[in-house]
Each structure stands twice: as C-alpha cells, then as structure tokens.
Design a protein around this ligand. Structure first.
Ligand SMILES: C[S@@+](CC[C@H](N)C(=O)[O-])C[C@H]1O[C@@H](n2cnc3c(N)ncnc32)[C@H](O)[C@@H]1O
Length: 248
C-alpha cells in the first residue's frame, strides 16, 4: 500500500516511518511512504505556502493553491481515500483503519499554522479526520498515527497476522489484561487461571475480564458492542453492585 503524505515537513514523515515495525514494512516493500513537499507546488521563488488570514486574527493560514496542486499532482484513482488531518474532522477509529487498509493507496494532507484555506475542503474530494479532541502543532503527527494504525491491518506488516483482530476495539470492546514474567512482582501474583493451561477456561476468563475492563474504562463502547444476553446480564450485575471496585 502507498501512503502519500502532503506536508511542509517531509522529514517528520520519513523519520516516523523509518524504524521499528513500519521501517521493516517499508524495507520489505509491503508499504511505501511517499512524502510530497507542498512547498514544491508554491508558485513564487521563495516557496511561500502561508499567508495572513482575511479578516485578521492570530497566526497564518496555508494557501490553497500549493495544497490543491500537490493533491492533484498525485492523480489518484477514483475512490482513493484523501484525508485532511484536522481537529475538526470525523474521529478516526479502528473500523476506519481496517477499511482504509483495503485500498492500494491513500493520501493524507497535513495542515500547519491555523490550518488550510477553507476552499481546499470545497475543491478536493476529501474526508476531514481528527485523531482526538485536542490540537496538535501539525498534521504530520496525526498522519503518522493513521499510517501506523492502517498498516497494522496490511498482511505481512505484523508478525502475527491475527494480532490486530484480537486487540482492543476489534470486537467492539477493550482487550483483557495482559501479564508476562515474573509470576510474582512486588507481592502481586499473575492470575492462577493463566497458568492452568486450560485454554477454554482462559478464553472465558479473558472475555469476562475484557468486559469488565470496558465497563470500567470505556462504558460507552458497550452500547454498540455485540454482546450475548448472558454477557449483558453479567455486566448489569456489576453495574448495580455499589461495592464494585471499578467505580471507586
Ligand atoms: C494548530 S492546528 C490548526 C487548528 C485550527 N486552527 C483549528 O482550531 O481547528 C494545525 C494543524 O494540525 C493538524 N491537527 C491539529 N490537531 C489535530 C487533530 N486533533 N487531529 C488531526 N489533525 C490535527 C491539522 O492538520 C491542522 O491543520
């Protein structure tokens, strides 16, 4: 899969995708990261990409011409996801990452300063996407997060192909708690059942713990999660238990 990234800081994108799992995926040509320097599409010899906001106010705004020209230079096939990173966008999530990984390529536009001229949104067939309700200094950090999340769904990127399908959000809830050695640490023991070798019981325990984890940390997810009636009743019994340590 090719990730085209429109940015005025291509080195952030190259740096963020050159080591660890993404770096290996690039080396093995499972993914390709293609930074496009928006400055190369500026008209003047000083390669100016920003200007003062009409109407006054703080900061600078990214000019529309270089951004639109950079996007059009890619000549993306119809249907290719073209994302504008923005705190005002649709919240990015697990399902979107999984869906985007089905495409042979996608493009991400990174804003800087006070963002991009509004007409970019009107001219390009883009989807505005946010990685959370906070404001970053630039879209590059959001783009790297999205490239990372999407890449995990591309066959060959992770060692264990099943891994992204078993993690938090994969079935609408959070993951169960994980433990590794040592068996006892500062007086805290690994739950006995995980040492039992009984895979059916371990699996049932993990599902129960995943449900409780979600109830304690992200109860909003349970509203749309695919749960059996037994699981719903189980959670209800915990919700009504005032001594429940999850709600202390
Ligand atoms: C300082 S921000 C601009 C914020 C803009 N003035 C506003 O209030 O909506 C600069 C750039 O960082 C990126 N950015 C900031 N926060 C983001 C977020 N939560 N998700 C995705 N991109 C973000 C966007 O590309 C944005 O154009």
């Amino acid at each position: 899969m090719i990730f085209h990234v429109l940015t005025i800081f291509p080195e952030i994108i190259t740096g963020g995708t050159s080591s660890s799992i993404l770096g290996r995926a690039v080396e093995r040509e499972i993914i390709r990261v293609h930074p496009v320097d928006i400055r190369d599409f500026a008209e003047d010899r000083h390669q100016v990409v920003d200007d003062y906001p009409y109407g006054g106010g703080p900061g600078m705004v990214m000019k529309p011409e270089p951004v639109v020209r950079a996007a059009q230079s890619l000549d993306l096939p119809e249907g290719t996801p073209l994302l504008l990173l923005s705190p005002q966008g649709r919240p990015f999530n697990h399902q979107m990452a999984r869906q985007m990984a089905l495409n042979p390529e996608m493009a991400l536009i990174c804003g800087r300063y006070e963002g991009v001229d509004e007409r970019v949104r009107q001219i390009l067939p883009l989807v505005e996407v946010s990685i959370g309700d906070f404001v970053l200094t630039g879209g590059e950090f959001a783009a790297l997060s999205i490239i990372d999340a999407v890449s995990r769904f591309i066959p060959g990127v992770l060692g264990d192909e099943d891994s992204p399908l078993k993690e938090s959000f994969s079935d609408g809830i959070l993951e169960y708690p994980q433990y590794t050695r040592p068996r006892e640490f500062m007086g805290l023991e690994v739950p006995e059942i995980l040492l039992s070798g009984d895979h059916a019981r371990i699996s049932a325990w993990r599902r129960r713990e995943a449900l409780l984890n979600t109830l304690g940390k992200r109860p909003d997810l349970l509203e749309s999660a695919d749960l059996t009636q037994e699981e719903k009743d189980f959670l209800k019994s915990w919700q009504t238990d005032q001594k429940n340590p999850l709600f202390r």
